[in-house]
Design a protein around this ligand. Structure first.
Ligand SMILES: Nc1ncnc2c1ncn2[C@@H]1O[C@H](COP(=O)(O)OP(=O)(O)OP(=O)(O)O)[C@@H](O)[C@H]1O
Length: 236
């Protein structure tokens, strides 16, 4: 059974003039790492939000290991890092880990987790004093604490230096090696070269191409370039 399946999914935000997603269907299996590409407003973040069960569908269904997205069983299998992850400014990283561990009824693992994510030096500082990259690492630590099978990441490399980019990539690779699956929405493809097993191209809420060859990101780049050229020609 796929880890994630989209079946003819449609989403229309309240008061929005157009549909955000229209008839989107795809599946993601264990060990797969798929990059979602597309221009601004194409629908990438909405795909991730639908998989996390955070938006109401206007048609179709999204299943996580057979359970509807957003259900308790589905949520326990999903780790979502939004483009602006919600963290508590007044709490420290170690307090975030303690809070989420209690919520998921996990044994205490704060120090170990923070070491894995290179946050031991800032473990007890309030989050409001952390850099963008440190916040991003904490968001990933929090999202993966309950060992979800599926990771959903929205622009995970935004504002990260080379070392932190490498750390995030290593964490994704070990998640995949352990049989997990990853779906990443991004405009920054380089960090995913050699890790992505597939790519999807979204345009105006529709899934217009799926790439699964030996170089899925190369194919995605070419698809996006051809689309930009066609859009420009149409505007002339
Ligand atoms: N909360 C919202 N309310 C109304 N419309 C929304 C909302 N969020 C997104 N949209 C619209 O839905 C469409 C898809 O947006 P989405 O954020 O999924 O695109 P994206 O591909 O992630 O874009 P970007 O690359 O700019 O982040 C856009 O037309 C956007 O304006």
């Amino acid at each position: 059974m796929p880890v994630l399946s989209f079946e003819s999914v449609g989403v229309r935000y309240p008061q929005a003039p157009t549909t955000a997603l229209d008839g989107v269907s795809f599946t993601l299996s264990a060990g797969e790492c798929v990059v979602l590409g597309g221009g601004n407003g194409a629908g990438k973040s909405t795909v991730l939000r639908a998989a996390a069960g955070l938006v109401q569908l206007t048609e179709g269904r999204v299943l996580i290991g057979g359970s509807p997205a957003g259900s308790r069983h589905a949520r326990s299998s999903v780790g979502f890092v939004a483009d602006k992850p919600p963290l508590y400014d007044v709490l420290s990283p170690v307090e975030h880990i303690e809070l989420l561990s209690a919520l998921w009824q996990l044994p205490p693992s704060g120090e170990n987790t923070l070491r894995t994510y290179g946050l031991e030096g800032v473990a007890r500082r309030p989050v409001r004093t952390l850099s963008l990259g440190q916040r991003q690492r904490l968001a990933l630590a929090v999202a993966t604490l309950h060992r979800p099978e599926l990771l959903l990441l929205d622009e995970p490399f935004n504002g990260l230096d080379a070392a932190t980019t490498g750390l995030v990539r290593a964490i994704l690779r070990s998640h995949l090696a352990a049989g997990g699956a990853v779906l990443v929405a991004t405009h920054t493809f380089e960090p995913m070269d050699g890790t992505a097993t597939g790519a999807l191209r979204v345009d105006a809420g529709r899934l217009v191409d799926a790439y699964a060859g030996p170089d899925p990101l190369g194919e995605l780049r070419r698809g996006l370039a051809a689309q930009s050229a066609a859009d420009e020609a149409e505007q002339r």
